[in-house]
Write a protein of this length. Structure first.
Length: 295
């Protein structure tokens, strides 16, 4: 077991590794303490120095800046550990927001802790929490899951995972894939699932899109959006709509729902359900029409 007393120095005079958040859009969101730490350390590490240099120039910080990213080798990490052991402080920053959240740096933190270096995190900007508190969704319980999966099966799996909780699931997503993410919520959870998309946070074109999965999907069909997105999904531990869990009656309901919500013909709705369930169109067609005959 180890106990870190962050601001009590021992006799070995080791440096500290600071994790310093940076603004997610508006440069005014940099904290006084963050500026001071970046000004005082002997070295600043960032994922993309071309991005970080703009922040440093804005605050007239002239300290040494080097890159540390996903492809940095263990030898490079060891070099910085020796730097810390020599008594020199290092600040690790993200391109935007909190370091290590979907950003490199974890191996350096782990290695620093293993050799007794103090790892000190500063509070500051974070896109997920900034979006959440303005979302209007109930935030008594929430969880962050990183970027929304690209693969269809992975999408289903993550939605199955979050569907057992009562709260809000938070994801980051590209503006180029946000519509597909909302469609997955529509298909695998429910068209009535409450969704909020926050984009361009703290910037001039900051925008929140709030509504049901059906409403948001319709909006995204008619409007293209730009800027990185925070996707928030309210989950209520409802039954998941997918694969074997669909009864014949559930299939009929799903087809009818698509016809109504998307204003499409039955054959197109049947094709969509068949693709979603990985079953043949003929099978879904027969189930749908057989059920209709008994109405």
């Amino acid at each position: 077991m180890k106990v870190q007393r962050s601001f009590q120095k021992g006799d070995d005079h080791r440096g500290d590794l600071y994790l310093v958040p940076t603004p997610i859009g508006n440069l005014e969101d940099m904290t006084f303490r963050g500026v001071r730490i970046l000004s005082e350390v002997s070295l600043i590490l960032s994922e993309d120095t071309r991005h970080t240099i703009h922040l440093l120039n804005h605050y007239e910080i002239n300290n040494r800046l080097e890159s540390f990213h996903d492809h940095s080798s263990k030898a490079e990490a060891d070099h910085y550990i020796r730097h810390l052991l020599d008594g020199k402080d290092i600040a690790l920053v993200s391109d935007a927001g909190m370091p290590l959240i979907n950003d490199p740096g974890h191996p350096l933190v782990v290695e620093a802790l293993e050799v007794g270096i103090h790892v000190i995190s500063l509070p500051g900007a974070n896109a997920a929490l900034t979006a959440l508190i303005s979302s209007g969704l109930p935030i008594h319980q929430f969880a962050y899951y990183g970027f929304f999966p690209k693969n269809k099966q992975k999408k289903k799996e993550i939605l199955q995972k979050i569907n057992v909780m009562n709260g809000v699931a938070i994801f980051y997503e590209s503006p180029y894939r946000i519509r597909q993410a909302v469609e997955a919520v529509y298909n695998f959870l429910s068209p009535e699932t409450s969704i909020v998309i926050a984009r361009e946070l703290t910037k001039r074109y900051e925008e929140y899109i709030r509504g049901s999965a059906s409403q948001v999907m319709d909006y995204l069909k008619q409007n293209s959006i730009k800027g990185e997105c925070v996707l928030m999904i309210q989950t209520q531990a409802q039954e998941l709509h997918s694969l074997e869990e669909f009864s014949d009656q559930g299939i009929q309901h799903k087809v009818q729902q698509l016809i109504k919500d998307e204003n499409i013909k039955p054959n197109k709705a049947i094709a969509q359900v068949a693709k979603h369930l990985d079953r043949s169109r003929k099978e879904i067609y027969n189930i749908y029409h057989q059920l209709r005959e008994t109405d």
